[in-house]
Design a protein. Structure first.
Length: 91
């Protein structure tokens, strides 16, 4: 739910797909948001199977680790530092 709020700025709404019985997001992911990666995350977590939980979570971790390589890691750190400059200073 936290990842959804960070992406959309609103709370998650889900619906059950009548043809598959799986839960899915009610909103559409934007194409420039690494759609496949986020769809996999939300689909896996909304339709979690206790029998394959370790493999499911491991696969998600590997997918995100592969996406956030060293270059993207530096880019993310730069963006976070820019955001931190806007936070109020401690008194």
């Amino acid at each position: 739910a936290s990842a959804f709020i960070l992406l959309f700025g609103s709370h998650m709404e889900v619906v059950r797909d009548k043809s598959t019985g799986n839960w899915r997001l009610n909103k559409i992911l934007r194409r420039y948001w690494q759609k496949d990666l986020w769809q996999s995350l939300f689909h896996s977590l909304l339709n979690f199977d206790l029998g394959s939980e370790r493999k499911c979570l491991r696969d998600l971790r590997v997918a995100f680790d592969e996406y956030i390589d060293e270059d993207r890691s530096r880019e993310i750190a730069t963006h976070l530092n820019q955001l931190f400059t806007h936070l109020p200073k401690k008194r």
